[in-house]
Design a protein around this ligand. Structure first.
Ligand code: SF4
Length: 116
């Protein structure tokens, strides 16, 4: 099983970013998102789950670790993601609850979780 999902061939390593693990485990992300992320986790990630309670104090996940792009993926985009924190207006960049940096409302990453 390949764990190389990064755009640069780098492995997606959510265990390095406890806040990302917390989102994967505790939120009701789509089954597809959870499956994609869990398939990339080695057994060592199970040990990291024990530290999930510390995740809220952790830094946000770098954009390249979640394959963030400033363009939509099909119909999926940050403005439709439950983790997006909008900017001043609908076209302004905002923030993400788990991904670092300015986030385009038209962006996307592998943690995308559609608003219900
Ligand atoms: S798609 Fe990714 S970067 Fe965009 S708001 Fe959702 S989790 Fe954050």
């Amino acid at each position: 099983m390949s764990a190389e999902l990064g755009s640069g061939g780098e492995p997606l390593e959510p265990w390095k970013y406890p806040i990302l693990l917390e989102v994967i485990i505790l939120s009701d992300l789509s089954r597809k998102s959870v499956l994609i992320n869990l398939l990339t986790l080695p057994l060592a990630a199970a040990a990291a789950v024990a530290t999930v309670s510390e995740a809220s104090a952790a830094a946000k996940t770098p954009q390249n670790a979640v394959q963030y792009q400033s363009t939509p993926k099909g119909n999926a985009k940050c403005s439709g993601c439950k983790l997006f924190l909008p900017g001043k207006d609908p076209k302004a960049k905002g923030q993400c609850q788990v991904v670092a940096g300015n986030i385009s409302p038209n962006g996307w990453c592998v943690v995308y979780s559609a608003k219900s």
